[in-house]
Write a new protein. Structure first.
Lengths: 282, 120
């Protein structure tokens, strides 16, 4: 069972939801921090580091003696990471996604793939929670291969919660694709609604089931509620706008431990998720 | 010798576009025949990334000896340099004016990229 937590708008409470849900899961669970540009779930779940693996993507290197500048590689590359100038090909490693297509298509076998480090995948154990996080190296613009590397740590048969990056672009798609259910965390403001709308469009295109969690109830207006009603999107939880929650978060505390009165909120959400996924048998 | 001018228009009177990668068109001027043709660079306007690289590849494919534009980023510059295409910067208001200045030898060759990529 894979439960992904995404949002559209940043700063709505994805990590808060992910770490607290994982804490009340009641069974061994994997928590995958796919927000590889700024992973932060570990701040709430101090644990023992089990291993750290370097993630590298294959970047082509041109053998100028073999390359005749035919341009097959350049025409194939969707990211323009390889260009042909005169009699040879030039590689732009910062644009390469490491798909390997250019080396495969090169008729003269002039491209050799060399590993190019983009970050690390770290695994920690915090009680029953196995936390896997991707840490993208500073200055690396391409997050998706590292997100896929984090997802390769998914263990079949074990429940997993995925903390996705914000937005509705490639890194989010890489994180949520194939999830059994996505929770979209938003806030009841015009910004929250705007970005929620984009995230909903994205998930509908991916044909992934989803529900909404509204955080910071009490601020803004009721247009997010109206949107969910109109679009028949299940509203699975509402978290109040409480300064005590923000303070606990800032200290790196779990809400379910620092503020026990909110524990049932996360347990109820866990049970609703289980109920939604039960008919699917996942 | 063929020279590529970046432009938004369809003739010599058209403005010289300051952008290289995201200029909508190239005016390719042939100094031997004193004629020109317009080549579309439109696919680059909406490219998320690699617009400069693609535009430079177009210039290479067209067999130009140099390009005349406003600014040139590092990736496009690398491709053009590798293909031994000269890059000239001009603040001329029109292609015609840039062409005149080129004939008078008044254009400044760029020795390195003079602009950061749009995608850092």
């Amino acid at each position: 069972m894979i439960l992904a937590i995404a949002s559209g708008k940043g700063g709505t409470g994805k990590t808060t939801l992910a770490v607290n849900l994982a804490s009340v899961w009641g069974a061994p669970v994997q928590l995958l921090d796919c927000d590889v540009e700024e992973p932060n779930a570990h701040l709430f779940l101090p644990g023992r580091t089990l291993r750290e693996e370097v993630c590298a993507i294959p970047i082509p290197q041109v053998d100028a003696a073999l390359c005749d500048g035919c341009g097959a590689c350049s025409r194939l590359c969707a990211f323009h990471a390889i260009a042909v100038a005169g009699a040879t090909a030039l590689v732009f490693p910062e644009l390469c996604h490491g798909c390997g297509g250019c080396a495969m298509i090169c008729p003269r076998h002039a491209l050799r793939e060399m590993p190019h480090r983009i970050g690390v995948v770290a695994t920690c154990q915090a009680g029953p929670i196995t936390l896997v996080q991707g840490k993208l190296d500073i200055g690396v613009p391409t997050a998706t291969p590292l997100i896929r590397a984090v997802r390769r740590q998914l263990r079949p048969g074990m429940a997993a919660i995925l903390d996705a990056p914000p937005g509705a672009s490639c890194p989010v798609v890489a994180a949520v694709r194939g999830a059994d259910l996505v929770l979209l965390v938003t806030e009841p403001t015009p910004f929250g609604l705007h970005d929620l709308t984009l995230a909903v469009e994205m998930l509908r295109q991916l044909a992934t089931p989803f529900g909404v969690v509204i955080n910071r109830i009490g601020i803004g207006d009721d247009r997010v509620h109206a949107f969910c009603d109109r679009e028949e999107i299940p509203l699975l939880a509402e978290i109040p706008d409480d300064r005590a929650i923000a303070e606990a978060y800032c200290r790196g505390d779990l809400i379910v431990e620092a503020l026990p009165r909110y524990r049932s909120l996360f347990e109820d959400l866990r049970d609703k998720v289980a109920e939604i996924l039960k008919p699917a048998g996942v | 010798m063929k020279v590529a001018f970046t432009t938004t228009g369809d003739d010599l009177a058209a403005p010289l576009d300051r952008r290289f990668g995201r200029a909508p068109k190239f005016l390719i001027y042939d100094t031997d025949t004193e004629s020109f043709e317009i080549v579309d660079n439109q696919q680059n306007l909406n490219a998320a990334q690699g617009a400069g690289i693609q535009a430079a590849e177009t210039a290479v494919r067209l067999g130009v000896s140099c390009v005349v534009t406003g600014h040139c980023g590092p990736k496009a510059f690398r491709v053009l340099t590798a293909a031994r295409i000269g890059v000239f910067s001009s603040d001329a208001p029109s292609v015609q004016e840039a062409l005149e200045r080129m004939r008078l030898g008044q254009l400044r060759p760029l020795l390195s990229a003079d602009m950061a990529g749009h995608r850092a």
